[in-house]
Design a protein around this ligand. Structure first.
Ligand code: DC
Length: 225
């Protein structure tokens, strides 16, 4: 099986670029951020705090996350049987996901689901620790990033396009805070794997970013296949 690991900070365009690259390669796209978001959503719905272990860990046993791949539609994510693919994109769920993802027990809980998907399929998997922790033997590792302001701007435009109220400075602050959380947490912090290729999409549009990723994948696979 072939694994393409794509890691990087919030708003780097990972999920849209990774989804398109997976489609072109004919691989399964696995959005691991969506799994952390589903856990964040569950805890928020209980009215509990997502940054306190005692409010999160006792409930993990009640959570069942499933990923289904629907032809033409891609990945749908289910939380205890409910399709939450849209609900997990609400802005307040981003910070909830970042909070629960800092807990080692939550990471362990999702680890096997992520690993088994890559055992059974050729995957493009995106996240924060895919090349470093989840799939250290991935044939291709990419660290996809862009400058902070550009990442915030993309997030802001995406929110406006969805009709969500968004103040640019608040979005910028949110992305900055998540960068800080994700990079500085003790377990599996966001960092570039030693053998990952750095792809910086600052100033690139979507198509150019996809092309950059595809060129990197094809270049690397030529050496390993
Ligand atoms: O990629 P995203 O914005 O959907 O991810 C939501 C949060 O989940 C993000 O703040 C960090 C966390 N995450 C993680 O810690 N490890 C992953 N492999 C994927 C996401």
């Amino acid at each position: 099986m072939i694994s393409v690991a794509i890691d990087g900070p919030a708003g780097a365009g990972k999920s849209t670029v990774a989804r398109e690259a997976a489609q072109r390669l004919g691989y399964v796209y696995v959005d691991t951020g969506a799994m952390y978001r589903a856990i964040g959503l569950y805890i928020c719905r209980l009215g509990k705090r997502t940054d306190v272990k005692q409010d999160v860990l006792p409930y993990l046993k009640d959570i069942k996350i499933e990923i289904k791949y629907i032809k033409g539609e891609g990945q749908r994510i289910y939380l205890n049987g409910e399709d939450v693919s849209e609900k997990i994109r609400e802005p307040e769920i981003s910070m909830a996901a970042s909070n629960v993802s800092a807990m080692g027990e939550v990471r362990d809980f999702l680890f096997e689901l992520q690993r088994s998907t890559a055992r059974e399929n050729n995957v493009v998997m995106d996240g924060r620790d895919i090349g470093t922790v989840v799939l250290p033997n991935a044939q291709v590792k990419i660290f996809l990033t862009a400058q902070l302001e550009e990442r915030a701007r993309r997030r802001w435009i995406e929110m406006k396009n969805k009709g969500q109220e968004a103040d640019f400075n608040e979005v910028l602050e949110d992305v900055r805070q998540r960068d800080y959380n994700d990079t500085n947490r003790k377990v599996a912090p966001l960092k570039q794997a030693d053998d990952a290729v750095l792809v910086d999409t600052t100033g690139y549009d979507f198509e150019q970013s996809v092309q950059l990723v595809m060129d990197t994948v094809e270049g690397r696979l030529k050496n390993v296949l």
